[in-house]
Design a protein around this ligand. Structure first.
Ligand SMILES: *[C@@H]1O[C@H](CO)[C@@H](O)[C@H](O)[C@H]1NC(C)=O
Length: 123
């Protein structure tokens, strides 16, 4: 598994941000399309060592499912051209969008993940 840590991306309230996520995994002989999942992680680690997590979106082949809390605000602009380009566009930024975004791709038994920290600035 490859893991890349990105610099924090800063963007102002109500703007649009592109959270980059591009995978290097290539399909195995199965020709199975990759499964993509974006999760938001935030808050201090509690006594259980876990942070809060919220699912943002899942995608497989031509089906993209956006979770309710993010409906109408997230898209995968590069995904229709390249199934391994999971870069996420988030529009109408709110201060509550600040946090760490994790993207994962699963192809067969292989998986990769990447995390992108986002900071929303302004009043
Ligand atoms: C991935 O998609 C984003 C959004 O459309 C685009 O800006 C970026 O250039 C794409 N990257 C590659 C390597 O195709």
């Amino acid at each position: 598994m490859r893991k890349v840590t990105h610099q924090t991306i800063s963007e102002e309230l109500s703007q649009t941000v592109l959270l980059p996520c591009l995978f290097t995994l290539r399909p195995s002989s199965s020709h199975e399309p990759p499964r993509i999942k974006w999760t938001k992680v935030w808050g201090q680690r509690g006594s259980d060592g876990l942070q809060k997590e919220q699912s943002v979106l899942v995608a497989k082949d031509n089906v993209v499912k956006v979770k309710k809390a993010f409906q109408g605000r997230v898209t995968l602009p590069g995904y229709s051209i390249n199934r391994y380009n999971a870069s996420l566009a988030l529009t109408g930024l709110r201060s509550s969008d600040s946090g760490l975004y994790r993207c994962e791709v699963v192809v067969g038994i292989n998986d990769e993940q990447d995390t992108v920290p986002l900071e929303v600035t302004g009043e």
